[in-house]
Design a protein around this ligand. Structure first.
Ligand SMILES: Nc1ncnc2c1ncn2[C@@H]1O[C@H](COP(=O)(O)OP(=O)(O)OP(=O)(O)O)[C@@H](O)[C@H]1O
Length: 244
């Protein structure tokens, strides 16, 4: 479970996130959507413990991220939009490095590594240097590394960017399966069709504030007959569909 209470973040006078409150239960695949500059990455970086909010509290599985950051981060698997990889390591070495940070036991590491290398069809490349990987392979390695310690909470920023259709299908199924196993998945996305097809709950953020939050069906019902697709509702609420 993720509990966000009244978080606010400013950058040099620009308010990126304003008094944001959300509660995401265990077993929920949560879609966080909003136009460019809405505050999605800022929120995600706060949830991952990379940015400290100016005000407000984040609890990860009941643990205060501010007062007990190490304990809270142990429960998080973070997949950033622009990951940093050590290109001179092999895929295997990078996974081991990440597992060691989280103090994963050797037996558990081998089982998780083999599971994710197989799931992401990377066995043949595991001993190659990361610098030789394609963009999609790097993305898949980052996902494997974020899941290697079997986190309770998965925080993902724009996971589908740059993936081919087969990989997108795989990742959609992976996140759905993780939520079905009781994990909490917090995912930002620009792809409304993905939010619509796999998310249990969706929130739309605009100018740092939550405009609406609920299941896709609830949002559509609230918005009335003309909004039979999430895209219509999104464009209407954020004003992005207006033709100047
Ligand atoms: N490091 C920073 N310094 C100054 N302003 C920033 C910084 N990071 C973000 N901002 C500003 O904060 C606001 C929210 O940005 P953020 O990156 O959180 O939005 P986003 O919803 O993730 O956008 P996108 O979909 O374009 O990635 C924007 O106005 C952005 O210009």
């Amino acid at each position: 479970m993720i509990s966000i209470e009244n978080i606010t973040k400013q950058y040099q006078g620009v308010t990126a996130v304003k008094d944001l409150t959300l509660s995401i239960p265990s077993g929920c695949l949560f879609g966080f959507i909003g136009p460019n500059g809405a505050g999605k990455t800022t929120t995600i970086r706060i949830l991952a413990g990379i940015l400290v909010p100016d005000a407000g509290t984040v609890r990860i599985a009941g643990i205060d991220l501010n007062t007990r950051p190490e304990k809270a981060k142990q429960k998080i698997g973070f997949i950033p939009d622009r990951p940093y990889l050590y290109e001179k390591l092999t895929g295997n070495e990078f996974l081991k490095f990440c597992a060691d940070i989280y103090r994963v036991r050797p037996k558990d590491f081998i089982a998780a590594r083999d599971r994710y290398l197989s799931l992401f069809a990377m066995q043949d490349y595991a001993d190659h240097l990361i610098e030789s990987y394609s963009h999609g392979m790097k993305q898949r390695l980052v996902m494997a590394s974020a899941l290697i310690h079997d986190p309770e909470i998965i925080i993902v920023d724009e996971p589908m960017v740059g993936l081919d259709p087969a990989a997108i299908r795989l990742v959609k199924k992976l996140f759905r399966d993780l939520a079905d196993k009781g994990k909490t998945v917090f995912m930002s996305t620009h792809t409304l069709e993905i939010a619509e097809s796999i998310c249990d709950q969706v929130a739309i953020i605009h100018k740092g504030r939550i405009l609406t939050h609920g299941t896709v069906a609830e949002l559509q019902a609230r918005a009335g007959d003309s909004h039979d697709r999430l895209e219509d509702l999104f464009l209407d609420l954020t004003g992005s569909g207006e033709v100047p």
